[in-house]
Design a protein around this ligand. Structure first.
Ligand code: SAH
Length: 215
C-alpha cells in the first residue's frame, strides 16, 4: 500500500514530468498508476518517486522516470501493438509498456534480473509480458517483426538485427554512445524499408553488452 506522504511525492513527480515535456495523457496516467516502489530495493523505497535513476542488482540501474516517460511517449504505443524491449532490468519500463501495448517481449542478459522480473510479473498477475534471458542485441527473431522496439542500455551504434526486426511503419528508440560520456537518445522510424533518424537529447544509460550472464 502506498503511504500518504508518498502520494504527495508521486503527484509532484507527475507535475515535474508534465513540466518537462510529457503531454501524452495516457503516458502520464500510466506513470501515475504504476508504483515504482515495487521495482526498487527495500532500502531505496523512500526515493522511488524522486526523478532519478537508482541502483538495482547486478550493478545496473532502474531508469529515471522522466526518461522512461519520454521514451514511452515517443513510441506512441497503441493497444494492438507488439513491443520488444532490450534490457528488462527492474521490469519497471516493461510493466509500463504492458499497460499500453498488446504484448511486450523483453530480453535481459543477466539471468538474475530476468528471473526476478519474471517472478514479479507473475506476482502482479500480468499476462502480456514474455521474458527471455539472452543477448538482446540479437533481438527475438521468432517473434519478429515488432511494431515498436525500445533499448534501455546504450549501444555504440544502432544494432542492425534490431532494425531488421522492426515492422514497416515501426518506431524504435535507443541511446547511442559510450559508457563514460553522455549519450544521445535516437528516434528511428522505418518507412517502407527507409529509416529516418533524429535526436531526442542527451541521456546516461548503462552499456548494452554482448553475450549473456548466467548470474
Ligand atoms: N528499463 C530498465 C533499465 C535497466 S538498465 C529499468 O528501468 O529497470 C539496462 C539493462 O540492460 C540492464 O539490466 C542490463 O543488464 C541490460 N542489458 C545490457 N546489455 C544487454 C543485452 N545485450 N541484452 C539484454 N540486456 C542487456
Amino acid at each position: 500500500m502506498i503511504k500518504k506522504s508518498e502520494v504527495k511525492k508521486k503527484i509532484n513527480l507527475i507535475l515535474e514530468l508534465q513540466k518537462n515535456g510529457i503531454e501524452n495523457i495516457e503516458v502520464l496516467k500510466v506513470l501515475e498508476k504504476v508504483d515504482r516502489q515495487i521495482f526498487v530495493e527495500e532500502n531505496l523505497r523512500q526515493k522511488a518517486y524522486d526523478n532519478i535513476a537508482l541502483p538495482i542488482d547486478c550493478g545496473q540501474t532502474i531508469s529515471q522516470p522522466l526518461v522512461v516517460a519520454l521514451m514511452t511517449q515517443f513510441l506512441d504505443i497503441r493497444k494492438d501493438m507488439r513491443v520488444l524491449e532490450i534490457g528488462t532490468g527492474s521490469g519497471y519500463q516493461t510493466f509500463i509498456l504492458s499497460k499500453l501495448a498488446r504484448f511486450v517481449y523483453t530480453i535481459e542478459r543477466h539471468k538474475f534480473l530476468s528471473l526476478n522480473a519474471y517472478n514479479l510479473f507473475k506476482k502482479l498477475m500480468v499476462t502480456n509480458i514474455f521474458c527471455k534471458h539472452d543477448d538482446g542485441g540479437l533481438g527475438w527473431k521468432d517473434q519478429a517483426p515488432f511494431d515498436r522496439i525500445i533499448v534501455t542500455a546504450s549501444a555504440p551504434e544502432i544494432p542492425s538485427k534490431l532494425v531488421e526486426q522492426l515492422s514497416i511503419n515501426g518506431k524504435m528508440i535507443i541511446p547511442i554512445g559510450d559508457q563514460h560520456n553522455d549519450q544521445v537518445l535516437k528516434k528511428i522510424s522505418k518507412n517502407k524499408e527507409k529509416l529516418s533518424i533524429s535526436d531526442l537529447g542527451t541521456v546516461r544509460f548503462v552499456p548494452l553488452l554482448e553475450g549473456k550472464e548466467n548470474k
